[in-house]
Design a protein around this ligand. Structure first.
Ligand code: SF4
Length: 212
């Protein structure tokens, strides 16, 4: 598998925010979001080719229960689903962060999926694979990164049309620096939206330092 980096940090997003977590960042992505915060992981440049066994051994050294498989877009790699199974079998809690445009079919049900819905300002509106809704369970989380009012309205429309009854773990995060957190918080409150407002916790601790 092609990996960009493996490191331990504080989980900065999702309902797992605040917990120690090992991040396995796979290299390569099929999208080019305008606000991407990991551009170095979008291609194979600088990535290492390693086996799943190698990844498992590295993860083990961090002595941490929770592991997130992320990217880039991790599900583009053949071995990602098998890696999730092996980590789960080894006793880890596994989160898989994916951009929503790649099929979730065949993923181990024990893994928690954190699935992006790309709003217009990302440059990839319409990239969400609607068939993926069939694989969303109440344990999974849907993440919306919001850069402006158009993004907010499109996220709200998607919630109303498709997400009712699938999961209540809905994450709304502002794009830094284009949308003031306060503005997004006020929109959510005005509409009494049942979503979780989130900021990237790790960036408040380590700014944009790589490997954190
Ligand atoms: S899907 Fe993720 S890694 Fe790929 S371009 Fe978008 S933000 Fe960057």
């Amino acid at each position: 598998m092609l990996i960009s980096e493996i490191f331990v940090s504080i989980q900065g997003e999702s309902t797992y925010a605040g917990l120690p977590c090992v991040f396995v960042r796979l290299a390569g992505c099929n999208l080019r979001c305008s606000w991407c915060d990991t551009p170095y992981a979008r291609s194979a440049e600088g990535a290492k080719e390693v086996s799943a066994t190698h990844i498992l051994n590295e993860v083990k050294q961090f002595k941490c229960d929770l592991v997130e498989i992320t990217g880039g877009e991790p599900l583009l790699q053949e071995g990602a689903k098998d890696l999730a199974v092996r980590l789960l079998d080894a006793g880890h809690g596994v989160l898989i962060e994916t951009n929503g445009s790649v099929s979730l079919a065949g993923l181990d049900e024990r893994a928690v999926k954190i699935v992006d819905f790309k709003c217009p300002s990302s440059g990839h509106a319409g990239s969400f694979l609607i068939d993926n809704l069939n694989f969303i369970t109440p344990a999974d989380e849907i993440k919306f990164v919001i850069g402006n009012r158009e993004d907010y309205d499109s996220a709200k429309k998607f919630l109303d049309e498709y997400l009712s009854g699938r999961t209540q773990k809905l994450l709304f995060a502002p794009v830094k620096p284009s949308l003031e957190p306060k503005v997004l918080a006020e929109w959510i409150l005005r509409d009494r939206l049942k979503v979780r407002f989130q900021l990237q916790l790790h960036t408040y601790i380590w700014s944009d330092e790589r490997g954190r």
